[in-house]
Every structure is written in structure tokens, then in C-alpha cells.
Design a protein around this ligand. Structure first.
Ligand code: PBG
Length: 325
């Protein structure tokens, strides 16, 4: 016993019913967080060329889009902003009437049950495109911390439900936690982009958010794709600093990191199915080289199987429709 012919694994695959019963991983619409790009002006709905189906939206269009997201049952959105003007210090990121703060207020007023998450970074707002303050040609870690804390506090004051620091500065989670606590926002959770890699998979996002670094790259602060032990240390640091949810980003090429994070820590794990992962699937599907729906569901199911509790994905809306089926 215990091997063929007594054991036949195919018995568990003999019908749709038994296959359904023995499924180990099921995607649910409640697993998803939908990223959105907000911009100034009225009646702006500008398609992001490398990300078919994704748009830069002005506040009026944002609202109808959020209505759609809510009707589909997607519980949360993650906001990115395109400022009116970029400058050296990324000031629009922490001005009360900055585009992200406006968007938070507008959404929370119209759809109070929608969870609104703010990406806390400077790269969309700086003229040099880096995630922090530049000094002597490099990003100064400690000077950036005060600004990131201001961004998080400013989003909190606008009514955000969770902040997601993504700048990969050392100490950013504790700086933000302290600022939030001092401001009376001790209940506001932090989803930390803990293991964020310096990845070519962010290419389309940088078109979407107009946030490419104008000189150099992000390798001085984002992680090298070759490393996993360092990822676990990054995550441990963020947990020690007060992160409530830890994130691995990108997802598709980093499923081993997701899996290790799930095993090593008792914290909720988020995975970011990033812009380049989305763009590749869309491009191949548009050419009918792959079956877009099947490949998308396979990728997202695999990310969940690897250990993600929640998935940030540009596919969220179409997946919600397919799950309704
Ligand atoms: C901001 C940020 C980036 C992404 C999320 N937050 C860009 C970057 O680090 O260059 C990428 C998301 C995606 O590619 O979908 N720092």
C-alpha cells in the first residue's frame, strides 16, 4: 500500500466536482488591492500605453472608477499621484492639497467603506525622480525620513486608511510610526514595502507615474534580485520598526521570497504583482500568443499559493469579473 497501483493520484482529478473539492488555493475578490493613478485637471482619462486598461485619472473620473471597483467587491485601492509640478524636495507629496490627499478625501467622502491605501514615497513628486532627498549625488537616507513621515501624516490627515511606505529608506517604518502616533493616528496600520527589489519589472509604472530617475538608478536603496537572506533581514527590520503588513515586490519572479516570508513571520504578507508583469501578460494576450484570462488566473493563483494573503494587482477588476463568471 502507499504506492501504485493501490494509489492513483488521478482519482482526485476525475471530475470537475472532485477537482473543486480538493483545491488547495482559491482566489477571492477580497484578496485584491487595486492600484490607481490620480492626476490634476478635469475630465482626464489618459490610457497608460504599456498598461492597457489602466489610466491616469482626474478626480471626477476617479470617483466613477472607484464606484466600479466597489461594485465589483474589491475591498481596497492603492493611490499614486502625478503632481502639478515636480521639485527637488517633492513638496506636493506632503501638501494638504496635493493630488493624493485630494483623492483620499474625495474617495472617502463618496465611498466611505472603500479602504484607501496611500503609497508613501517621493519619486513621483521629485524632479530628479529619486525616492528621497539628493545630497552629493546620492539619496540621503536620514534627511529623507523626515519627509516620508510628513507624507504619511499628511495622508492620515486627509483620511487615508493605511499607509504603504515604498522608498526603501532604512528606518522609514519607525519614522512614520512615530509621526503617526504623535499625530494621534496610533490606530492607522502600516503596510511596508519591505522586500522591494531594484527591478526592470517597474518599467511601465514609471511611464504611468512619470517617475523615472533622471540620473542613475535605484540600486543604492532597492534590493538586488539575487538576494533572499537580505530580504528576510529587511522584513525583520520592518517588523521591529512597527510594520503591520509586510510586502514582497515584485511577485512573479520572487515567489520564493513570498514563500519564505510566509514561513518565517506570523505577519500578513502582501505581494505586488507589478506593472511589468501586467504589461507582459497583456502584450502576449493581445497577440493571442497566450490565453490572457487563463494565464492571469494561473499567475495570481500561484502568487497566493506561494503564501501571499493579499495581492496588489492591475488585474483586480477583470479578475473580479471572471470570478463572478
Ligand atoms: C514608488 C513605487 C514604484 C512602484 C510602486 N511604488 C516604482 C519604483 O520603485 O520605481 C512600482 C509598481 C509597479 O511597477 O507596478 N517608489
Amino acid at each position: 500500500m502507499g504506492s501504485f497501483p493501490q494509489v492513483r493520484m488521478r482519482r482526485l482529478r476525475g471530475s470537475p466536482a472532485i477537482r473543486q473539492m480538493t483545491l488547495e488555493t482559491r482566489l477571492s475578490v477580497s484578496d485584491f488591492i487595486y492600484p490607481m493613478f490620480v492626476t490634476h485637471g478635469r475630465d482626464v482619462r489618459k490610457e497608460i500605453v504599456p498598461m492597457p486598461g489602466m489610466y491616469q485619472l482626474s478626480l471626477d473620473h476617479l470617483l466613477s472608477e472607484v464606484g466600479e471597483v466597489e461594485a465589483l467587491g474589491i475591498p481596497a485601492v492603492l493611490l499614486f499621484g502625478i503632481p502639478a509640478k515636480k521639485d527637488e524636495m517633492g513638496t506636493e507629496a506632503y501638501e494638504p492639497n496635493g493630488i493624493v490627499q485630494e483623492a483620499i478625501r474625495v474617495i472617502k467622502q463618496a465611498a466611505p467603506d472603500m479602504m484607501v491605501i496611500g503609497d508613501v514615497c517621493l519619486c513621483e513628486f521629485t524632479d530628479h525622480g529619486h525616492c528621497g532627498v539628493i545630497e552629493d549625488g546620492r539619496v540621503n537616507n536620514d534627511k529623507t525620513l523626515a519627509l516620508l513621515a510628513k507624507v504619511a501624516l499628511c495622508q492620515a490627515e486627509a483620511g487615508v486608511d493605511m499607509v504603504a511606505p515604498s522608498a526603501m529608506m532604512d528606518g522609514q517604518v519607525s519614522a512614520i510610526r512615530e509621526a503617526l502616533d504623535a499625530g494621534g493616528y496610533e490606530e492607522l496600520p502600516i503596510m511596508a514595502y519591505s522586500a522591494k527589489y531594484a527591478s526592470a519589472f517597474y518599467g511601465p509604472f514609471r511611464v504611468a507615474a512619470e517617475s523615472s530617475p533622471q540620473m542613475g538608478d535605484r540600486k543604492g536603496y532597492q534590493m538586488d534580485p539575487a538576494n533572499t537572506r537580505q530580504a528576510l533581514r529587511e522584513i525583520q527590520q520592518d517588523i521591529d520598526e512597527g510594520a503591520d503588513i509586510i510586502m514582497v515586490k515584485p511577485a512573479l519572479s520572487y515567489m520564493d521570497v513570498i514563500s519564505k516570508a510566509r514561513e518565517a513571520f506570523g505577519y500578513p504578507v502582501a505581494a505586488y504583482n507589478v506593472s511589468g508583469e501586467y504589461a507582459m501578460v497583456k502584450a502576449a494576450a493581445e497577440n493571442e500568443w497566450v490565453d490572457g484570462q487563463r494565464i492571469t488566473m494561473e499567475i495570481l493563483t500561484s502568487i497566493k499559493r506561494a503564501g501571499a494573503d493579499m495581492i496588489i494587482s492591475y488585474h483586480a477588476k477583470e479578475v473580479a469579473r471572471w470570478l463572478e463568471g
